[in-house]
Design a binder for this molecule. Structure first.
Ligand code: SF4
Ligand code: SF4
Ligand code: SF4
Ligand code: FES
Length: 448
């Protein structure tokens, strides 16, 4: 640990911590546009500059490691002057069209311009005036608002392991695009939209559907897979209009996959069953909840009277909450007085759980959310984790990017296989033989 001072506050931080990370850990905000906790420093925006005692130049805090005894000041007159100049330069091209921009109200550039008052400009140049790109199914891009911070490019390649977009062209023409200006064709996770600090990347579903300050925000747990990502829903007049991750919140700490981000439209779908239906004379007829509940209660009573309580059973669902399933078992045991209870999960993970208990004698999986971030070698056998648990799957890509060797033995070209150090393309269903051979070599060569 080393000792540093930021704005007069004494801090103890791990050696190698950047000044920006040290400040954020201590709750001190340093303006930034191209920094993100999940990405390596990029040094593109120069807004995070700070003054360091004994240094002639202002230095970018996102890429400067703190050293023992360092004294840092984040808001001196020189720092403010330099930041205001950077903002002026950005505003040569940025249109500040906040009245028609979906990002207004939660835009870092808007906040910084407001804070540093850089809306007038000493520089003159022909303003960028490129058409919006609306040719992709979900993601839209406004090149005029883009501040070229590169966060979208880096989250897509380094964190998502996709690499669908990059910087294209040069100078004033520089833009973000798939290769050869092709339409975007990717996994549409939407991570680039969330990470964009301005309104350059947006979601077509959400486009012009509400000003940010008119929406109610509600945090839920995404129901689509076992990751259990915290998802922030924005609701306008009772309708969900967007879902996003919030930096640092939940087990996912802000990451979301395409299912969690876009899989909510069925809730307001016209095709969704919204009323109970009761079969009358062979036809399903819409009914009120009151009528439906009375009908079910009457039929259950009739069956119980005629055949006994044990002729009635119930199957809970793994899609329901724990509380829902708990109420179902209480209803069955205390009202119906039957123990005939089962769960739909018996057909899925319960079998895997039993096999695991049988093989290793453990009742719960010893896998932690942070695995395998600290591992040096990772072997993935015939498993498409980035598809079954997309956000947890990102850990494998991060571990590989941090230097781990990732070996994927799979007959398929999975996303993890594409991001692996070695893809062992075994024949389908030969995983057991592969593991047996591996065990044989380990045993024969005394590698255990
Ligand atoms: S990106 Fe931000 S600053 Fe730019 S127009 Fe949109 S809200 Fe305004
Ligand atoms: S939506 Fe996801 S995969 Fe597509 S470009 Fe953005 S970050 Fe990359
Ligand atoms: S689109 Fe957004 S995230 Fe990507 S470079 Fe431009 S401003 Fe940065
Ligand atoms: S955040 Fe440091 S240069 Fe952009």
């Amino acid at each position: 640990m080393i000792n540093i001072k930021i704005d007069g506050k004494t801090l103890k931080v791990k050696e190698g911590t950047t000044i920006l990370n040290a400040a954020l850990q201590a709750g001190i905000y340093i303006p930034n546009l191209c920094y993100d906790r999940r990405l390596k420093p990029f040094g593109a925006c120069r807004l995070c500059i700070v003054e360091i005692a004994g240094q002639k130049k202002l230095l970018p805090s996102c890429s400067t490691p703190a050293t023992e005894g360092m004294e840092i000041r984040t808001e001196t007159p020189d720092v403010i002057k330099a930041r205001t100049t950077v903002l002026e330069l950005l505003l040569i091209h940025h249109p500040l069209d906040c009245p028609v921009c979906d990002k207004a109200g939660e835009c870092t550039l808007q906040d910084l311009v407001f804070k540093y008052g850089a809306s007038s400009n000493r520089f003159e140049a022909k303003r960028k005036s490129e058409p919006e790109r609306l040719d992709a199914p979900i993601v839209e891009y406004n090149p005029n608002r883009c501040v070229l911070c590169g966060k979208c490019v880096r989250i897509c390649l380094d964190h998502q392991g996709v690499g669908a977009i990059s910087f294209i062209d040069k100078g004033i023409k520089t833009t973000i695009s798939p290769a050869f200006h092709e339409p975007l064709d990717c996994e549409f996770c939407g991570q680039c939209i969330d990470i964009c600090p301005v309104g350059a990347l947006g979601s077509k579903h959400y486009r012009h559907s509400s000003r940010t300050w008119y929406m109610d925000e509600k945090m839920i747990i995404c129901p689509f897979c076992g990751c259990g990502c915290s998802t922030n829903l924005s609701i306008r007049e009772g309708k969900i209009i967007r879902a996003r991750g919030i930096e640092g919140i939940g087990i996912n700490k802000g990451d979301l996959c395409s299912r969690g981000r876009y899989g909510f439209d069925y809730i307001a779908s016209e095709n969704r069953l919204k009323n109970p239906l009761i079969r009358k004379d062979g036809e399903l007829v819409p009914a009120s909840w009151d009528e439906a509940i009375k009908t079910v209660a009457k039929r259950l009573q009739e069956i119980k009277d005629k055949y006994g309580a044990f002729s009635i059973g119930a199957i809970g669902s793994q899609r329901c909450t724990l509380e829902d399933n708990f109420m179902l078992q209480r209803f069955m045991r205390e009202v119906i007085r039957s123990d005939n209870l089962d769960s739909a999960s018996r057909f899925g993970y319960a079998k895997a759980q039993t096999a695991f208990e049988w093989a290793f004698g453990l009742e719960s999986l010893p896998i932690k959310w942070n695995s395998p971030l600290e591992a040096d070698y990772i072997l993935v056998m015939e498993s498409d984790i980035t598809s079954t648990m997309p956000v947890w799957g990102l850990n494998f890509i991060m571990a590989k990017n941090n230097g781990a060797t990732l070996i994927v033995a799979d007959s398929r070209e999975t996303k993890l296989a594409r991001n692996s150090t070695n893809h062992l393309k075994i024949k389908p269903s030969t995983g057991l033989a592969f593991l047996g051979s591996l065990a044989y070599v380990i045993y024969e060569e005394g590698l255990y």
